[in-house]
Write a protein that binds this ligand. Sequence first.
Ligand code: UTP
Length: 477
Amino acid sequence: MTDTKQLFIEADQTQLFQNWDGLSREDQQTLLSNLEQISSKRAPAKLLEDCQNAIKFSQANSSNDAVVDVQPLPHTSYESLIGNGDKEDEYHQVGLEAIGKGEVAVILMAGGQGTRLGSSQPKGCYDIGLPSKKSLFQIQAEKLIRLQEMVKVNKVEIPWYIMTSGPTRAATEAYFQEHDYFGLSKRQITFFNQGTLPAFDLTGEHFLMKDPVSLSQSPDGNGGLYRAIKENGLIEDFDKRGVKHVYMYCVDNVLSKMADPVFIGFAIKHGFELATKAVRKRDAHESVGLIATKNSKPCVIEYSEISNELAEAEDEEGLLKLRAGNIVNHYYLVDLLKRDLGQWCETMPYHIAKKKIPAYDSATGKYTKPTEPNGIKLEQFIFDVFETVPLDKFGCLEVDRSKEFSPLKNGPGSNNDNPETSRLAYLRLGTSWLKDAGAIVKDGVLVEVSNKLSYGGENLSQFKGQVFDKNGTTLEK
Ligand code: UTP
């Protein structure tokens, strides 16, 4: 018996070989080589142990008997941009200077499977219905192009690292190639893959098969970013390019401010090693993760983890005490990554997600497409490392939701966070910039302002006094 087969049998995974004799020689080899790819990264027994630990961890968390003290971040870690224009300008200058020195890189997380959206393409290729028909990737690329122009002192190419996964890699790379990198230089873009993990049955004791020759696998969650940074040598690349600050964002937010100078300036000015943006919670019961402290350590706490009383508590200004809604938009100091990344990869917990996972049963030769959850996927959460950062090195910047956050999660016609809400948020923001610049936009009219023309509302004075009375207009550079 081969070593690989032996390893899986010793880990009690005989279900994978129920039909071994019925497989052709070639299929037997394919199965073994697929299994070896998995076991070469982590022994099957270790993967099963991780799953058992994750099940226990989720049970311990849901029993809620540990005493936890949840508080808002202290003022030294928390600042709002809302009504704080002077600070915004100050941070903007600091951030732009760092970009000009070539010290800022962008990491995009685009490895998710976008199951709720239900598109066959990666999410970044999605056309949210703008008059220009631009995809999310194109919009993001154009923001970088404009930002590079805004840095007047030097010609800079902001490095853009795009994290994909098995399911999204090939299509993402092909999409960028087909569109000639949207006008960016090919050398500033690096694709890298996050890891995948096998899926388990509901007991967590067995791997699920996808077909006769492979296990069912899925990306290891947004927390897989850290291992992916490590395993793909990004830190070495940062050093080569002189990168000191990293801006990280999610592919599905059409309003994300690529390499946001304000956010970077905020972190630099305060000496934060890790910072995160937040939007103000809409109301006490909006179901959004909250950036807060747990037993005096920075954390993201799920809405379901806090009592009604705490969710509704107000501060002396009459604002919700816990109002920092998490939008998964981070700043990392490269020195922090150099110091702590290895440790994070070793110690981050896995979380379980019970899912409907199409599976193959090698005993019966049947495929199932379950209607109820039949298995477990393991995921890591990107914010689980927050607690390792000292509070005085952790910052949170509250930003205006209408300017910075409109995620694309669900398909057309769904209740919220869908292509229509993304389209509207994008058009409304561009239109508000035009109005601020003195253009006359008739009521009900929405204009698309290309980010190649304006990154954040600047550069639009040429439209002062111009009348816009038709929907469907795109202002291009
Ligand atoms: P979501 O958690 O909303 O997942 O990802 P998703 O894949 O986009 O959508 P669903 O849940 O399957 O419907 C938020 C961001 O995190 C990235 C996504 O690409 C998106 O930018 N992500 C998520 C990863 O890069 N890898 C993962 O394993 C999970």
